[in-house]
Design a protein around this ligand. Structure first.
Ligand SMILES: [Zn+2]
Length: 346
């Protein structure tokens, strides 16, 4: 057992014990008033025999509940005797953000998914990122980080794959996303920003995906898809025996290329936006997205906003109330699986 210790975070959890085990990493933080508090970041392992290790995390953004539910359910429903290998689960990774039901940490306003590869000394959120990089990723043969749209946005239920410069790691990550078998597989450029969990995992040679499971309130179907998805990946990696349930669904997967065709429609001023398309709908360039009404000037004619490019609507703002710069929609073109695999060369 190795004991981890940094300025903000310590962990003496033994990841090598067989069976189902619970513990925590300890985040220590004192505020302006000198009040010292401990935030226990929960850890569970389910392990048995020899086999690969998968790292499963949720609560990277604290107000995204779907993955937190899915991983808690998995902890309680999975029997260690059905496991060949090891499952490391942190269902509330940025625990201070989870506890305050916020996207970011109340301690330092840190967005964990913009804090990688982390820093052990530069505040609690970078310290959590560094703990992941130094302590958890070296144990992992694969990983999944669970996300959703939180309060602000709703996503199509999708696996989320970052491109990377290593074709083998990209291919293995693509295979994880395929095994997850969500209705959509959404690909973004992971080669430019290295502050996210996925690109850093790829840099450490760990095949890794994340997902976006709805948002704007917990969607029961998205939770079911996510729960089935993680079970599918466990079977794919042969950590759990049994055939994957949703193989037949893969032929229906919609592959979205946000690397080359991702397009965002923003609100040009504050107002109330009447959306006229739905999530999952295919739109054409020039098609009306909706009408924006001024909040104050009732006599002002609404501005009709149009999509600049064609694509599938994959993200939609939850609220009609928008300010200048609010993201209303995001679209990306659907492509083939072969085209998705070719993106490793961009
Ligand atoms: Zn998120």
């Amino acid at each position: 057992m190795t004991v981890y210790k940094s300025t903000f975070l310590s962990c003496d959890f033994d990841f090598d014990v067989s069976g189902k085990n619970y513990g925590s990493a300890r985040l220590d933080y004192s505020d302006d008033l000198g009040v010292s508090r401990v935030f226990p970041i929960p850890i569970a392992t389910i392990s048995n025999g020899s086999g690969p290790t998968i790292l499963l995390t949720a609560g990277n953004h604290g107000n995204e509940d779907e993955g937190q539910l899915i991983l808690r359910r998995l902890i309680h429903e999975l029997d260690p005797t059905d496991v060949c290998g090891r499952i490391i689960i942190l269902p509330a990774l940025n625990y201070p953000a989870v506890r305050s039901n916020r996207r970011t940490s109340p301690l330092d306003n840190g967005n964990l998914n913009r804090s990688f590869p982390g820093d052990p000394e530069n505040g609690p959120t970078p310290a959590i990122a560094r703990f992941v990089v130094d302590q958890l990723l070296p144990l992992a043969d694969a990983g999944i980080d669970f996300h959703s749209g939180g309060r602000a946005a709703k996503y199509v239920t999708t696996s989320f794959l970052c491109t990377c410069s290593d074709p083998e790691i990209y291919r293995k990550s693509f295979d994880l996303a395929e095994a997850f078998s969500a209705p959509y597989l959404y690909v973004v450029d992971g080669t430019k920003s290295k502050t996210g969990f996925d690109p850093v995992a790829h840099d450490r040679q760990v095949p890794f995906i994340s997902n976006e499971l709805g948002g704007g309130g917990v969607d029961r179907e998205a939770v079911q898809i996510g729960y089935r998805g993680v079970q599918n990946v466990l079977k794919f990696l042969e950590i759990v025996s049994g055939s994957e349930e949703m193989n037949d669904d893969r032929k229906d997967t919609i592959y979205l290329d946000a690397v080359n065709t991702g397009d965002v429609l923003y609100a040009p001023y504050e107002g109330i936006f009447e959306a006229r398309v739905e999530l999952g709908e295919r739109v054409e360039a020039g098609q009306t997205a909706g009408a924006l009404y001024s909040l104050d000037e009732v006599a002002r004619a609404p501005k009709v906003l149009k999509f600049a490019n064609s694509g599938v609507v994959c993200i939609k703002a939850v609220s009609a109330r928008v300010v200048h710069g609010s993201r209303l929609f995001m679209t990306a073109e659907s492509v083939t699986a072969e085209e998705i695999l070719g993106l490793s060369e961009v």
